[in-house]
Design a protein around this ligand. Sequence first.
Ligand code: ADP
Ligand code: ZN
Ligand code: ZN
Length: 749
Amino acid sequence: MRNTKPSNPSNYQGAVYNIAIQSPLRRCFDYLPPVEHPTLLANGVRVLVSFGRRQVIGIVVGSASQSDLPESKLKAILSAIDEKPLLPKTMMKVLHWAAEYYQHPLGDVYSTALPSRLRTLQKTDKRNLGWQLVKTNDTTEGDLFGKAYRQRALFDIIQTSGPVTASQMADAGFNSATLKGLKDRGLVESVEQPPTPLQPFSALTAQSQHELSLNFQQQAAVDLIRASNNTYQCFVLDGVTGSGKTEVYMRVMEDMLCAGKQCLVLIPEIGLTPQTIDRFRKRFTCPTVALHSGLNDSERLAAWQQAKSGAAGIILGTRSAIFTPMLNPGIIILDEEHDSSFKQQEGFRYSARDLSVMRGREEKISVILGSATPSLESLANCHSKKFQHIALTQRAGEAVPANIQLVDFAEQSLKHGFTDYTLAAINQQLKNGGQVLIFINRRGFAPVVNCASCGWSAECEACNAQFTVHSKPAGLRCHHCGAAQRIPTSCPHCQSRDLTTAGIGTQQVESFLQQQFASTPVIRIDRDSTRRKNSLDEKLNLIKQGDPCLLIGTQMIAKGHHFPGISLVVILDADSGLFSADFRGLEHMAQTIVQVAGRAGREKRRGEVIIQSRHSSHEALIKLSSQPYNEYADYLLETRKATEMPPYSYLAILRAESPDFNNALRFLSTAASQTQRLIRVNSLKVEALGPLPAPMEKRAGRYRLQLLLKTKTRSQLHKLLSQLVPNLELIKLDSKSRWSLDVDPQDLI
Ligand code: ADP
Ligand code: ZN
Ligand code: ZN
């Protein structure tokens, strides 16, 4: 952000600060030094500035000896908020890198990284205001209070014990009128109570107890990670479900904690926080904080400050926790690193996985990416020796790998999604006292309702998508925009009453199994059945009791939960992944199947897995069911290489959305011709495809178009983007339309 341009005499010559301010504009703003601040402001200090008609908090990110603007246009910083930078230098470097890499406004990047309490102007919380005696008045004349005995008493308390907060006064039985009396007499004034400073946690001294002795592979993993002591290295801990990855993390964390260093652990889903925290708390005595979207602003700030001050030894969180500063960072661990929730899909579209690697490098600490089904990106990085691959191929303890069967249903009619073979297998397992998990990645009753006479089907007007039929409560629901309607009793097109549903959803499976296995509890876990607070925990606890039951679940149960009693897993329909429009479709299908299958037989019992498909001879399914995930992943990597898709190429998508198709098209057409010009002028090896309608062309009433950029050399793409994006901001766009750039998109949908 330094100005190196030749000086223009009409522009201001003198010191200015470059301030990052949250705004859609991809630039920083110049401000003159504050009038009443003689000392220099360091980078990273928060300042109060007027911005347009508002006062906002900005961050000093640089300074220069002149500005591009004339003095008349420059305002002075109103005041400095911090004495010292709010974030360590390493964190600032990561944020600046991310703003550049994702071509996202720096002010907005800072705002994503900071707890909201630190970036918005707060009305001081009155209950925490302290009241002290006005200096000049600390001796009192005998008759000052007259008959105001309560005021006299409060005055005496403050005089002897120093500042007292309003809530302390209330606790001591004083009401607000008494305080007001003292204020009116000009005897007391408010002070902000300085928070008590946090101390770094003291290193774990005694080794914590562990009952388990590591198996050979776990020990080798721990040794390898230990050997990277105090340098950056990225490890991919590729361990089948139940191989004891968490045990490996905990041994490494123990080393760190004993050395007084902090551990940052990222997990994909808020639902996994309690069980992970529980495991850490049982094992370690140090303070542990959890950062997740369920915290309110002050809880979030408190957890953040404990991390920053070094008071917390373990910091656990979802995606955005990657921005938590640490005083003594020791290690970053991402569990289930393949999970797409680590990529933010809106606004600042960062990947917490990629940022964790950048951060590890800056902080000179190691990063562990753990998964039973690592992403193809991470595996490719292992092949090219950027990351180090560590395999855990055996289940820890006594658990044995599950046995997988493919069951074809092309030639038979299904009973609400089930083949007779599968139903018989379920029956058998229940008889043997086992629990059965049925995986189906579609909530509701059925994904389609249509007319048997004319073929009409119920579609959401705002989206290019069919309505899903729900039975509890009954209605049509759009899973893309949330629109809801009544289920029609006759076809709006031909008035026929012959309406039928097609396809299967969790609710249908639930009612079918309740009839079929009347004496067995059926537990459904999907977004609809777990909306009520604690309902997920209640259901999980029921399953953990271990009695025979049928568990129906969506994606929600594929992640990380332990179900030791499950002896059979049924994947009801593997085909949607086989023929997905998305280039990651096969990868995601395999990850889901392997993760779900991993829920079977986690303890002594050997697990069974049934995969139902209409295409059981599809190469991808055969490979997946007959070989370890790793070999399957290598097969997928070959196809990605042949089709020049990531990780063998790099993508960015420029998207435009508008209620008016033509507005979105106009924007992207201008963007496309600018792109072509930049590619030509700079002889860049970047392909630009589009503008094209997105696979889902309309969603929530907005048309969606995109321009796909693809290259084999990342630096070429970034050269293009850094020149293109400033121009995009100048293209006129009406207020209802918007555009966004997604670097390394998760999908092209
Ligand atoms: P992952 O995270 O790879 O799925 P976990 O670390 O959760 O695996 O371990 C799975 C189960 O195996 C847990 O119940 C854990 O306590 C147990 N376990 C892990 N390591 C060992 C070991 N070395 N010996 C015996 N049991 C182990
Ligand atoms: Zn009809
Ligand atoms: Zn819709």
